[in-house]
Design a protein around this ligand. Sequence first.
Ligand code: IVH
Length: 676
Amino acid sequence: MDKKEIQKLYQEKIKLLNKYNQYYYDKNKPLIDDKNYDELKISILSLEKKYNFLASKKSPSEITGYKPSKNFKKSAHKVPMLSLANAFSEEDLINFEKKILNFLSENENFKLYYSAEPKIDGISASLTYKNGKFVKGLSRGDGKEGEDITSNLETIKDIPKKISNKNFPEEIDIRGEVFIKNSDFENFKDKFANPRNAASGSLRQKDPNDTSKIPLKFIAYTFGYEKKLNIDNQFDFLKRLNEWGFKTNPLNKLISGVKNLLINYNEIEKKRAEIDFDIDGIVYKVNNFKLQKRLGNVANAPRWAVAHKFSSNKAVSKIISIDIQIGRTGALTPVAKIKPVNIGGVQVSNATLHNEDEIMRKDVRVGDTVVVERAGDVIPHILTVDINKRSKKSIKFVFPKKCPSCGSKTTKEYNEITKKNDAVRRCTSEGYECEKISIEKLKHFVSKEAFNIEGLGKKIIENFWKLKLIRLPQDIFRLDYNRIENLEGWGRLSVENLKYSINEKKNISLERLIYALGIRHIGLENAKLLSKFFKTFSNFKELSNKSNYNDLLNVDKIGETQVSSIKSFFSNKINNEIINQLSKELSIKNTLIEKKNGLLKNYTFMITGKLSGISRAEIKSLIEENSGSTVSSVTKKLDYLIIGDKPTKRKIETAKELRIKIINQSQFLKMLNITS
Ligand code: IVH
């Protein structure tokens, strides 16, 4: 095949895939089964891999998720619908509990109770009740805004339309899962690919009469906005839901201790086949609402809950080779290329080996027969090696000690918290000096949560890098469009589109810019916190002239790890040059801080010594939630010095000299009307 023919074949496949997408997502009428769909998708991706000149905005490598249907009006959730972090192992669960105890400043003797609820694999919905009347029902959408599917939800028998119990709150959003029983699904097999698809499809019918033809069920498990709920824990809330006429999962349990969570998990996993609806794990929620409130959220998931997923499908395959991939932060990740196998309907040909230690521990070698597992949406990984099937000639895998991309030394960093060397080996180059790291950094720069430049996806970044069109972030805003227009696969229209979407993103928030720079340990949440702290781009830029970064420790959740990585970012010449050049191309919006009238408004605080029963992170977030702020030194600007156990004497003396109010922990809590 010549280049033109390959291009044509590629475009045809993409067109077909998009037609299938439209039928599946918008019309709820899948034209093909999952397996054939996946095969088509994989064939497009492998064409792209084989032929570098192939690229399309409509390729599955560029598109993630799908747009909401245009059939419904959109409406905002009063309280966002969050998602859940996943746990796959006992170790993950132990860490989940450890983090909670750390945050609450409690030791392992503190008994945490969890509401353990089987996680139904359906479609979540939020039902608003005002004065006992069901008035509005929304789909989850992007978590902030959902589709108004009230009329369709009204057809579901399990959803009470009027609730007259005295203890029902004045206003509440009841949230739960819409699903179809597996036995009922039997009758709709020809129409929908699986039960989840049937639930989603029927909920999104234009005509509620069509929805009512499918026996949808509803199980309630949480709430969003509420007024006068007056309940203090999740398990009581579940009981109350029953009194109000909602169905809840009969397998919900109140459990304490990771060991008991695991016993329950194993019991339910065994029963899984007998249950008449699909469950894909168990959700654990800290039972006490007060503790939930203290724990709060990280990015878009609560700290107080986790989804313990069931391990899904496994298959046996053979390792063809072990490649080393280099990530944006320089991490060297070994990936096994395996003989393609079908796992749960998806063709798998790569499996991660996580890191060097994992290869050593399992003694994984090229040529080995292995069990590969694919759980949820995560990348498949190698579970076990069958040593009996190993050839006598097999040799131990030697992990490269130099970066395969730039030849720099690689190291395993020392972790101050675990007091051990990291399992991950990293390239020591500073970033843009290493080809592979540069490309990954650029992909991150244009990614959805960063600059979100439509039409400049991963494949195109790789292609432009090869053609030397983009080497550093600022090059994105100085592209040679005439040259691009003459490239294979590009034309005047596609170049105009690209130009438009790049120019559109020149106006950027400080938060997105900080995130896009890809500073290690500065994810979405931290970028947001930093942007609030710096407020303007010029304040942020000042970091390059700074010798002392300790001020940053005042920002809640920014610790030594983050500060040291910000420091090393700004000590790199190329990074400083990138920031200078970007400032010439972009218009960076200042961060607006909403002024709330909390109880601590206009007061500054500093903490010295160890507090009891509350971590520093928590006290800092309490201060900020109530419109106060924290500072890092005792100066005239300080209003209150909070002293704990073994405080620094010097700080107390200086505070006395400056006549600053000195208070203890319970006096502080009293300021917030909290009695300890
Ligand atoms: S609680 C903040 N409870 O899981 C808590 N979710 O990944 C978020 N789900 O979108 C929801 N059973 O569709 C919760 N007992 C349960 C659940 C449950 C199923 C689904 C729900 C949500 C997703 C979160």
